[in-house]
Ligand binder design. Sequence first.
Ligand code: ZN
Length: 168
Amino acid sequence: MNNLKDFSEEEVVQMVREGKVTNRELTDSGICPTCFNKAHDGVLFGDDSEMIVYEDDIIECFLVGNPRANGHVAVSTKKHFKDMMDIDDITCERVFKFSKKAMNVIREVYNSESVYLCTMCDGPMNHFHVQLIPRYDFEERGSDNFVKPRFKYVPDKEKVLELRRRLK
Ligand SMILES: [Zn+2]
């Protein structure tokens, strides 16, 4: 793949639609996949509105499409920031206060023993987000929980409604 900067935005959208461009190629060309997806009606990730469990003017929280555990969510900013190191203090406060609340809610709704938090926005482009990963009583404690194998999210409407109700 050539550098995507040689193409117009419309051409890139078309290539994404045809599956000719990967996420990595977007980021390597300095294009944020999250913002690109939002700007072009979900061309990259499809309609993910069913997975959003909270949003306000600054942040949004959604179930991860390829989770490492049931109840694995991401807390992200609506505005683009490349990394936690770039966010302003107000955004920082909102993200982490909300994350604390979400961790408690996830633990209760999913009956997990604990919930882990990590953020790692690396590479030439990324969209700042925090990941909240439940750790269940049948799992060992420790940092291996950050790299549990991913699987495909299984829709669970009841859990989504419960999360939405409690995170309001
Ligand atoms: Zn972005």
